[in-house]
Write a protein that binds this ligand. Sequence first.
Ligand SMILES: [Zn+2]
Length: 413
Amino acid sequence: MLLCTKIRLEVSTQDAATLEFMQGKCRGLYNWWIGRLRNGEHWPGWQEAKKTLQASKQHDPELKAVYGKLLHEVYFRAEKAMQDFFRRCRAGEKRGFPRYKPRHEFFTLCYPAMYIQVEQNILRLPTGGKGKHKAFPDILARLTEPAPVTFREVAISRDARGHYYASFVSERQEEHREQGGTVAFDLGIKTLATGVNEEGRVYTIGGFKGHRWYNRQLDKIRSKRDRCKRGSRRYKHLSQVYQRVSQKKRAKRNDSLHKASHLISRKLVESTVVVGDLSQQQMVTDPRNAPNAHRNREVGNEWCVYTFVQMLIYKCKLYGKDLQIISEKYTSQDCSGCRNRQPMPLWKRTYRCSRCGLVMDRDENSARNILQRYLARLEPHTGDPVRCADVFTAINTFQHVEKGRTRGGHGSN
Ligand SMILES: [Zn+2]
């Protein structure tokens, strides 16, 4: 399977300027095409579009200073954007015509592996032109971590704080694992994941704890900033602090998600992992739970359960585990002892059965239900369990919705 390794780059001021110049030119070319397409012009396909590059270079000689392969990549990207658009039209989804790439976002530069050299820890990124026509020297960026030995392409990106990254796409051999044992996880609010296996052993994975502290700091910084004059030096300074702190929060949260998913997909002995299907979003859609908007924020925003499920999907694949995603409807209301169904408000942390008197942690009860449901389906086979692929699309559409709402980021990671 293909894996992406993202490594921070250290570049000189001169090289950073070159990168900015090249991404600006690539974005210009991309937006020029998007503009033509938005005006109703027909997309000729990347082969035909690529033939117009010489004419574009005549029109804007500065394009010659950009490495040619990067410009070719622009046509591939437009092609992909158009194909995705056509696919959405065919599927009857919301269409979303390809958009202009905004100036404040770095236009990711994609280098095919064969044009890139890694020596020691130095990544050599070529620029456009030859000999005396070369406007900028090749970029020499220092990698802060060793690069993968073989890779297919390298994407150069920049975050909001001005740090540069190289993402190496490489092929990784999937592991194989002896079959045996099943563990079910409930992904929740209080704990990130609560699991139970067939022997009744309970795993509790806590997740990132500091979000309250970080949110308080962030709110403080923002309120300080909002009392300053917009655009003043202090305002800019506090904006930078805000970005730094929120990035730190994001990094810590992602780190805990990676550790938790690694634990589940690699370290646990069970070969089958079952989780509830979160794409149904019952907590949002169920009108009885409507006053819990802030809880949704906690689950979706703070713990990024969707990111977590995505990590589980690729890590389980990589480490040879079987990941099953099944409907989690009523798993929190049903009693895992006697199958009695009773209303269960979201804020109640303990499940108390009114019929058989079972008292159990809410998440553990859900995990037991998920496990029982999965095992019941497994033996006398009834209906198809939701396969990973379905959930993949469910997650992807969810992310598109999210992205459309926030208009930020270009999901390269
Ligand atoms: Zn009961």
